[in-house]
Write a protein that binds this ligand. Structure first.
Ligand code: GLN
Length: 219
């Protein structure tokens, strides 16, 4: 077994212990946001998570999670780290990606109003409104079924969540909706959701990312 940056997390109860070398490396963009929760989620579904902060680290991964957090801060950090251009290239090449909340914002082809100027990789044909459900105090938890996810309703936390206002291409599959708005979508190797599955510890969408990575959509 190769020693990895997140190795000490292997001792967390319930986390995957020894991970074989042939298990794909999946990055968690580790510039800002809830990086640890995604690291644990990836371990729990049998993947090898590594933090991605540099272009060289990005180069090593077969898939990536763009975590929730603050999309403006992550956008700035992407530019500072020199990851912005290489990340956009890998996503265009079809590297599987799971984007949650701020991650979904960064993947959105269109943002409403002035937010559309936010530098971001895009690639997901949706129009998204940031902070559409109100302030942090208006955050909420809800359960709903997600297409392609078995085992009962998803446990979802919406934290200062964005809202997908429009799907811009028929290749975008809506996996779940809440109050008439899509909350989980898939477009080829892109899986994105406006909520945080990792906060409630529901790892089934991370498993979906794992399936995409193993199917070789990345490299
Ligand atoms: N409101 C945040 C933003 O606009 C996203 C919140 C989140 O990721 N939980 O970036």
């Amino acid at each position: 077994m190769t020693r990895l940056p997140g190795e000490r997390l292997d001792r967390r109860p319930g986390a995957a212990a020894d991970v074989a070398d042939d298990v794909p490396l999946v990055g968690v963009l580790a510039l800002q946001g809830d990086v640890l929760e995604h690291t644990w989620a990836l371990m729990a579904v049998g993947l090898r998570p590594v933090p991605v902060r540099t272009p060289a680290q990005l180069d090593a991964v077969a898939g990536i999670v763009l975590p929730g957090g603050e999309s403006t801060a992550i956008s700035r950090a992407l530019a500072r780290s020199g990851l912005d251009a290489p990340l956009a290239v890998r996503l265009r090449e079809g590297m599987p990606v799971l984007g949650t909340c701020a991650g979904l914002i960064l993947l959105s082809d269109e943002l409403t109003g002035e937010d559309d100027a936010l530098p971001r990789p895009g690639g997901l044909a949706v129009r998204t409104r940031r902070n559409a459900y109100g302030p942090q105090t208006a955050s909420f938890d809800v359960r709903f079924d997600v297409a392609g996810v078995e085992g009962g309703p998803m446990e979802a936390s919406f934290i200062r969540a964005p809202r997908i206002e429009a799907v811009l291409d028929p290749s975008v599959e809506v996996l779940a909706s809440v109050e008439g708005a899509p909350v989980a979508v898939r477009q080829g190797p892109i899986v994105a959701m406006t909520f945080h599955p990792e906060v409630a510890g529901d790892h089934r969408l991370h498993a979906m990312l794992g399936d995409l990575v193993r199917a070789g959509a990345g490299r």
